[in-house]
Design a protein around this ligand. Structure first.
Ligand SMILES: *[C@@H]1O[C@H](CO)[C@@H](O)[C@H](O)[C@H]1NC(C)=O
Ligand SMILES: *[C@@H]1O[C@H](CO)[C@@H](O)[C@H](O)[C@H]1NC(C)=O
Length: 642
């Protein structure tokens, strides 16, 4: 037998051993993220302002109360290197603590144990001694502060400044200002991974994190609208070489589609599939469609970096919280009502999302604690399979008082009409739906780029943008194809200087899907487009392609939804979600479930049925399963069929 076959057998054996033994987290052979990772993240309760003391208090509570439920990672979210002084904020410039090599180091005032060049070493040690794993948030590339200071680059193989072609290399050689993070323009920019010095810089970052004892990195502003496949690929390569099983997590998830995620899922362990999730109902509701699409595309638990990868629905903003972009810690309770909270944790569990709790554990109430430690949900989250949206349901709303009048009817009609809109979607350039752009000339020099103008079925006038050619200096670091198909600015109307951009200037939440927007023209990569010969239109910032879609903008998601999954002991989990704001009776039948489950031999089966949230035992059910579900609420059935 060849060595590789023996290794494969051994791997298979240890895999089954782990499945049977209910081992959380890392496998015996460094197999990463075998189950959706679980933990705590500081963002929802502290924004960026958390201190060492507050972090360790929370970590201690994770160890005492949540670790036995599989919550293992404690993660410091963004800007741990920013000094918390007057004038410092989410997109301020010049308040960060960096070392001589332009790398971020923890603010010594907020993180006293980092003094003397120790970085996060002491924190990681303390966290490990609690039995937990330590995570940090990092941004794309290099900070603007290091770029401006033009710091030299560390070569970790020599411990000295990086030299190549007989010279030293500096931050300004590798930083790409045009690729500034669009939602934190002053903060960070991409580095050029095509340069040895750019790769050396990224390597010096991730090796430092490993030296500190970091077990998890959340890499922000590299995915979604901010996609940066070059950086993700290189960081993944570095992490796979490091002798420490560091999980690799990507953010944000604005405009993410399965075709975009396929390019990176095998390089990482989890990746966001929505914008930021906050404690408001539209954010929760905005997760249903995209999560369904990822499940249908078999992305849940697909191959990942030295293990598996998981579509990430974002942290759970439950309990004691702060606000987005606040410069302060927690001060308020979660604004979702209890039914909405149950819906959120039930969807996150049955879609096998990583579960990262966001509330301040020092004020953890019993209701929140029981939600995030519910044994049925955690069992489903770790061990269920075949997790999919289940379409065969009926939903009858309970509508008690509805006043009809001509006026309100026509108003409704108007609203419905106005809410259907064309909008710009960003998708992988391999996606066939991205084809449909062509150039047309107006007779004068004015050239336009239009979307599917030849499509006969559309009686609307085509959607067109005005072309403005850009002449770029040859010393720019971006390389442009000058064969007639160069990079363009696309103007909203002729003669104006309002350009189409592809990424938002601020962090978006899940309910916001403003994917293309017009703003004053600038020499920024997110406003540069390239028309390809096959009819796709590529954005220079993310490399994604534009397509125009008709959507019901802001219509909100209503109706009834259902999810189905198989348990590891053959039990069946069925969830009903009521996205309406009226009570709704949702129903399905055992025969429809039988049709859907792979290899399910449930014809003429009888099933015992219990429901989680009401505790109701339905006894033996032969066909119909039905329940009145509260507005924005859910039901979760466990079926054992024979
Ligand atoms: C269209 O062409 C671009 C550039 O050559 C390529 O990257 C993309 O995959 C192509 N897309 C399709 C759908 O053919
Ligand atoms: C269910 O069982 C009944 C009685 O045994 C039989 O008549 C019927 O055809 C069965 N239905 C299916 C779908 O197998």
């Amino acid at each position: 037998m060849k060595i590789s076959a023996i290794v494969a057998l051994f791997l298979a054996f240890t895999y089954f051993l782990q499945r049977g033994k209910l081992v959380w987290g890392q496998g015996l052979l460094d197999e990463r993220a075998i189950f959706p990772p679980r933990g705590w993240n500081s963002y929802d309760s502290f924004c960026w302002t958390i201190s060492e003391e507050e972090f360790l208090q929370n970590a201690e509570l994770v160890a005492q109360r949540l670790l036995s439920y599989g919550y293992q990672y404690v993660v410091v979210d963004y800007l741990w290197y920013r000094r918390k002084v007057k004038g410092a904020g989410v997109d301020s410039l010049g308040f960060d603590v960096i070392d001589e090599w332009g790398r971020m180091i923890p603010d010594p005032e907020r993180w006293p144990s980092s003094k003397g060049g120790k970085g996060f070493t002491e924190i990681a040690n303390r966290v490990h001694n609690m039995g937990l794993k330590f995570g940090i948030h990092v941004m794309r590339g290099i900070s603007t502060q290091a770029f401006n200071a033009n710091t030299p680059i560390l070569d970790i193989t020599t411990g000295k400044a990086y030299e190549e072609s007989g010279r030293k290399w500096y931050a300004k050689d590798i930083g790409m200002k045009k690729f500034s993070c669009q939602w934190m323009r002053n903060g960070f920019m991409s580095v050029n991974t095509k340069l040895g010095a750019g790769r050396a810089f990224l390597r010096s970052l991730y090796h430092q994190y490993a030296d500190w004892g970091v077990d998890f990195v959340k890499n922000d502003c590299v995915f979604g609208d901010d996609l940066n496949v070059d950086e993700i690929s290189f960081v993944s390569e570095v992490l796979s070489e490091i002798n420490r099983p560091i999980l690799y997590s990507l953010s944000p998830g604005t405009s993410v589609t399965p075709s975009m995620a396929r390019d990176i899922s095998s390089l990482v362990n989890m990746y966001r599939i929505t914008g930021d999730d906050w404690d408001q109902w539209p954010d929760v509701a905005a997760h249903f469609d995209v999560t369904r699409d990822f499940a249908a595309a078999n992305m849940i638990g697909a191959n990942g970096l030295k293990g598996k990868s998981w579509p990430d629905l974002d942290m759970l903003p439950l309990g004691w919280l702060t606000d987005a972009a606040s410069n302060d810690g927690p001060y308020r309770q979660c604004r979702l009502n209890i039914d909405e909270q149950k819906t959120q944790i039930t969807l996150w569990s049955i879609a096998k999302s990583p579960l990262m709790f966001g509330g301040d554990l020092r004020r953890l109430d019993e209701t929140t604690f029981s939600l995030i430690t519910n044994p049925t949900l955690l069992e489903i989250n770790s061990f269920s399979s075949n997790n999919k949206e289940f379409p065969y349901i009926t939903g009858e709303k309970y509508v008690q008082f509805r006043h009809y009048s001509l006026a309100s009817q026509s108003e409704n009609y108007e609203n419905r009409h106005a809410s259907v809109d064309l909008f710009l979607d960003l998708t992988s350039c391999k996606d066939r739906n991205a084809k449909g752009w062509s150039a047309r000339s107006n007779g004068d020099d004015l050239e336009q780029v239009c979307w599917k103008e030849n499509s006969r079925s559309e009686h609307q006038t085509p959607f067109c943008l005005y072309k403005e050619k850009l002449l770029l200096e040859s010393d720019e670091q971006m390389t442009f194809d000058k064969n007639g198909h160069g990079k363009l600015h696309l103007l909203a109307t002729e003669g104006t200087h309002v350009c189409l951009g592809a990424s938002s200037n601020r962090k978006l939440t899940s309910k916001e899907f403003r994917r293309g927007s017009f703003s004053p023209c600038r020499l920024e990569a997110n406003q540069m487009w390239e028309l390809n010969y096959n009819g796709t239109l590529t954005n220079s910032y993310s490399g994604l392609c534009a397509s125009m879609n008709t959507v019901k903008a802001n219509a909100g998601i209503g109706g009834s939804r259902s999810w189905l999954a198989t348990g590891r002991r053959g039990e069946i989990y069925l969830a009903f979600f009521n996205l309406n704001s009226e009570r709704t009776v949702i129903a399905t039948t055992i025969s429809d479930i039988a049709k859907t489950l792979p290899g399910g031999n449930l014809n003429n089966a009888s099933c015992t049925c219990t429901e989680l949230w009401t505790g109701k035992n339905f006894g033996v059910v032969k066909e119909l399963i039905s329940m009145a579900v509260p507005p924005h609420g859910c039901a979760l059935f466990t079926l054992n069929c024979y």
